[in-house]
Structures are given as structure tokens and as C-alpha cells.
Design a protein around this ligand. Structure first.
Ligand code: HEM
Ligand code: HEM
Length: 124
């Protein structure tokens, strides 16, 4: 049987859950909540968003198995990983990378638009 187009998304989501919860446990244990936005967005843009995309693409395979969805996957994941690395730097005071963080967020924004196009055009 052909693999569901949701599988890769759901597997990536679980990795982000581990990372996000790891930040949460670190914050709780250390009492240092500086990286709270990193924790929140690994969990929400990583775990929650990717799991939801995966479930939607599993349920509507026509929306998930096309070139747009592949581009969306890589833009979202690269944007998120690079973006969270840059956000850590910004929160630690390295404001010079803020423009790059802006670019990373626009990369994720582009992935979100591709998702919207796929959902609007291919789910009916
Ligand atoms: C063992 C798991 C987790 C631990 C120990 C944990 C711990 C924390 C801590 C210490 C904060 C900082 C609170 C503050 O400074 O006010 C926080 C904030 C937050 N966490 Fe978690 N967290 C966990 C799992 C999750 C998960 C699974 C999600 C989402 C799916 C999540 C979403 C958030 C959000 C959105 C915030 C920011 C809340 C706000 O804006 O005040 N967390 N978490
Ligand atoms: C590219 C996409 C996104 C960008 C650029 C972005 C940006 C931001 C910014 C600038 C803040 C304020 C942080 C602060 O005050 O320190 C924030 C907070 C927050 N965002 Fe997002 N966000 C994005 C996507 C999302 C998504 C998809 C969710 C939920 C599914 C979400 C949930 C939250 C929550 C709960 C907070 C409050 C907790 C915190 O301060 O970290 N965000 N976001």
C-alpha cells in the first residue's frame, strides 16, 4: 500500500513535541523562562501545526501528495528550525539577527500560504 502523505508530517511533529517539551522541562527545572517563546512556537508551529497538517493530508491524500505539499514541508521545517535558532539568539540579546528572523518567519508564512492553496483547491 502506498504510504499516506500525512506520515512524514506526523513524524516531524513528534520530533518537535520532544524538542518543545524539552524546553518546557528545562524552563520549569531552571526557573529561567527566557526561552518561553521558543518553547511555545516549537510546540505550536512544530507539534500542533504539523500534526494537524499531517492529519488533514492523511484524510485528504489528494491535497497532500503533490509538489506544492513537498515544497510546503521543506519551507515550514527549514523556516522553523532556522527561525527558532535565530529566536534563541535574539532573546539572548543578539538583536542584529532580527532581520534574518523576519525572513525565517516569512518562509514559514509562505509554507502556510501553500497549505491554504492546497486545502482550498484540492479538498472538495
Ligand atoms: C512537560 C511539558 C511542558 C512543560 C514542563 C511546559 C512548561 C512551560 C513553562 C515553564 C512555561 C513558561 C510559563 C511562563 O513563563 O509564564 C510554558 C509556557 C507555554 N507553554 Fe509549555 N510546557 C510543556 C508543554 C507544552 C505543550 C505541549 C504546549 C503546546 C502544545 C505548550 C505551550 C505553551 C505555551 C503556548 C506557553 C506560553 C504561554 C503564555 O503565553 O503565557 N507547553 N510552558
Ligand atoms: C510564522 C509564524 C508566527 C510568527 C512570526 C509568530 C510570532 C509571534 C510573536 C512575535 C509573538 C510575541 C512574542 C513575545 O511577546 O515575546 C508570538 C506569541 C505567541 N504566538 Fe506566535 N507566531 C507565529 C505563529 C504562531 C502559531 C501558528 C501559533 C499557534 C498555533 C502561535 C501562538 C502564539 C502564542 C500562544 C503566543 C504567546 C506566547 C509567547 O509569547 O510565546 N504563533 N508569536
Amino acid at each position: 500500500m502506498l504510504q499516506s502523505p500525512g506520515v512524514l508530517w506526523i513524524k516531524a511533529a513528534v520530533i518537535y513535541l520532544i524538542i518543545g517539551v524539552g524546553f518546557g522541562i528545562y524552563m520549569g527545572a531552571s526557573g529561567n523562562h527566557l526561552l518561553m517563546p521558543v518553547h511555545a512556537h516549537f510546540n505550536l508551529l512544530g507539534w500542533a501545526s504539523l500534526a494537524l497538517v499531517g492529519l488533514i493530508y492523511h484524510h485528504y491524500p489528494a491535497a497532500g501528495s503533490n509538489r506544492l505539499a513537498t515544497v510546503q514541508f521543506w519551507l515550514h521545517n527549514i523556516g522553523l528550525l532556522v527561525g527558532m535558532g535565530l529566536l534563541v539568539a535574539v532573546l539572548r540579546g543578539n538583536t542584529s539577527v532580527e532581520p534574518l528572523l523576519g525572513v525565517a518567519s516569512m518562509v514559514i508564512g509562505t509554507a502556510v500560504v501553500l497549505f491554504a492553496i492546497n486545502v482550498l483547491q484540492r479538498i472538495n
